[in-house]
Design a protein around this ligand. Structure first.
Ligand code: AMP
Length: 281
């Protein structure tokens, strides 16, 4: 697997691939790979793309009190996994390469970036949209792969692609889960044993609401209250939000309609976990 460290290196490498007639699939990540990351890579490779994985812990998407400084890393392991799967190259720039001194330009997807996770993490999605647009411009992929795990992120990037007229297809890959339902996340590494035992509460709560919906419940306020009650039963879990919104544009709804997302964020100890499911009626 080729290691690309500078923007210039990445651009000329990609140009060469494109000259040979290859299509490019991009998988943006912050590293510390788990099966969710690997699924995105497999999906890109299966579609016949020369697959470029970016590995960059993006400071712009972390708030001042968040975990940027101790975000987990294991570069050797990541490189081995990517190679085994058949990834063509890893783009792993330094922070200075991406945000040189005097850097001042940021992308804000208004509205969508201030709700749900944006309420607890006010600059997060501006950092995400900025790095993703920069990666799109550097790699110029035909297709980019993102996980449903970060459902709001997917909706925001889709909106950015549409608003800024980008010619990039976005493929959304289903959430990879542990056997007990916990969505895979690099941040799961922070959990102590007892916290890890409490963590499946997110998915259990989503499944509880799905069950109520299957049995006919249509009022979002009733569903959200039932979700809150279920979270309270787990003493280690601190609810940040649980909400039900349109899966297209995150608009709110009183009665379930069309395709919707049930999204949840919980703090367990110092670790912030998120999960979601998308359903349709
Ligand atoms: P991250 O390294 O956490 O920024 O994630 C990089 C990409 O992997 C994003 O598109 C995430 O949505 C995706 N991802 C993270 N966790 C999962 C998961 N459990 N299942 C599927 N995709 C995931």
């Amino acid at each position: 697997v080729e290691i690309l460290k500078t923007i210039e290196e990445a651009k000329s490498y990609i140009n060469e691939l494109k000259k040979q007639g290859s299509t490019i699939g991009l998988v943006p990540t912050m590293g510390y790979f788990h099966d969710g990351h690997l699924e995105l890579m497999r999906c890109s490779i299966k579609k016949g793309h020369e697959t470029i994985v970016s590995l960059f812990v993006n400071p712009a998407q972390f708030g001042p009190t968040e975990d940027f400084d101790n975000y987990p890393t294991d570069l050797q392991r990541d490189l081995g996994l990517a190679k085994r799967i058949g990834v063509k190259a890893i783009f792993m720039p330094t922070i200075k390469e991406i945000y040189p001194e005097g850097y001042t330009t940021y992308v804000e997807v208004e509205g969508l970036s201030k709700i749900l996770c944006g309420e607890n993490r006010p600059i997060h999605f501006r950092g995400v949209a900025t790095i993703v647009l920069k990666l799109f411009n550097i790699i110029q992929p035909h297709e980019a792969f993102f996980g449903q795990k970060d459902g709001q992120q997917v909706i925001i990037i889709k909106k950015m692609i549409q608003d800024l007229n980008l010619d990039i297809f976005l493929e959304v890959v289903p959430t990879a889960r542990e056997e007990d339902g916990l969505a895979m996340s690099s941040r799961n590494a922070y959990l102590s044993l007892t916290e890890r035992q409490a963590a499946p509460i997110l998915y259990q709560t989503l499944k509880l609401l799905e069950d109520m919906i299957l049995k006919g419940e249509r009022k979002t306020s009733i569903l959200i209250d039932a979700g809150k009650e279920n979270i309270i039963k787990e003493p280690l879990a601190n609810l940040q939000y649980i909400d039900i919104r349109s899966a297209d544009d995150l608009s709110g709804m009183e009665e379930l309609k069309g395709k919707f997302i049930i999204a949840i964020a919980v703090k367990i100890g110092n670790t912030r976990l998120i999960d979601n499911i998308v359903l349709k009626i």
